[in-house]
Design a protein around this ligand. Structure first.
Ligand code: GDP
Length: 296
């Protein structure tokens, strides 16, 4: 479906026979292709700009070593800058805090928050042998709390009993108390989302944060978010403060440019990747895999 960036750059540099340092003109032509590949991969425009500036800085004047072609040299620089921007592989979830460790899940409606909440709970239960309690703080959608309960029953993970009439901060407080009293290692708070970012949503998230004091606040975002990824990540980070990003629907057709956009504007790590609807469709983040996918 997509032309491979290496092939495109190879074509450009095939015309170049001379060796030595890469000129401003060679690099400029190559960067047009890089820009195109990034835009096709749905990387936000402001990130495309800063990314190509960084590549230009490093590439212009770089000596092409004998063993590689100029095209390969530019590809390597693009790849290196991408891996640096995407960040290193890390521990997906940091549980290094007193029990129960609060984890707060935030994001827009439909991004995959509830699904990811139960995937993470299952992973922590099975792989790390932690006792996990999940709580839905979504009082707006009547079915939301029920949805988490059903997933909990399906996977054998406890959920906080539903009490009608409570506000999200009240539920958060009750979840943390239950977590403490019943000896849970981790409490995951699945918050409400909306179709778009608005002030009441951000205020609600900030209130929940103040009550729960989360050790991890994970932004769940659809990999197909595209150009909106920057605003989404910036808003949640500025208003609520995120510690990491979970990117869902990476099993889809998207090239995952949102990963680069969100990481570049917030500097926060991408911690986990959702690759399907099933409970085990959750993977650790590998920067080189995403880089290959973005570059096509
Ligand atoms: P929420 O509104 O943010 O809580 O979103 P949900 O967790 O209810 O997810 C919305 C839909 O996306 C559901 O049908 C999920 O099965 C689906 N979904 C969530 N994560 C993924 C994923 O990584 N891949 C795919 N293909 N579907 C997903």
């Amino acid at each position: 479906m997509f032309d491979n960036l290496s092939d495109r750059l190879g074509d450009i540099f095939d015309k170049l026979t001379r060796r030595g340092a890469l000129s401003e003109k060679d690099v400029g032509e190559a960067l047009r292709e890089v820009r195109r590949a990034l835009i096709e991969a749905d990387v936000a425009l402001e990130v495309v700009r800063s990314f190509t500036d960084k590549v230009r800085e490093r590439a212009v004047g770089a000596e092409v070593v004998k063993s590689v072609t100029p095209g390969q040299m530019v590809i390597k620089i693009v790849h290196d800058v991408m891996i640096e921007t995407l960040g290193a592989e890390g521990k997906p979830i940091d549980l290094n805090a007193p029990s129960p460790v609060p984890i707060m899940m935030v994001g827009l409606q439909g991004s995959g928050k509830t699904t990811t909440t139960s995937k993470i709970a299952l992973r922590l239960t099975r792989r790390e042998k932690r006792k996990v309690l999940m709580a839905s703080l979504d009082t707006r959608r009547p079915a939301a709390q029920e949805q988490l309960k059903v997933l909990g029953e399906q996977y054998g993970i406890d959920t906080l009993p539903i009490v009608a009439g409570e506000t999200p901060p009240q539920i958060a407080k009750r979840a943390m108390t239950a977590g403490r009293l019943s000896g849970y290692d981790v409490v995951i708070l699945d918050t409400a989302g909306r179709t778009h970012i608005d002030e009441p949503l951000m205020m609600e998230m900030a209130e929940i944060r103040d009550v729960a004091q989360p050790h991890e606040t994970l932004l769940v975002a659809d990999a197909l978010t595209g150009q909106d990824a920057v605003n989404l990540a910036k808003s949640f980070d500025e208003r609520v403060g995120i510690t990491g990003i979970c990117l869902t629907r990476m099993d889809g057709d998207g090239r995952g440019g949102a990963a680069l956009s969100m990481r570049a504007v917030t500097g926060k790590p991408i911690k986990l990747i959702g690759t399907g609807e099933k409970a085990d469709a959750l993977e650790e983040f590998h920067p080189s895999r995403i880089a290959d996918r973005i570059l096509g």
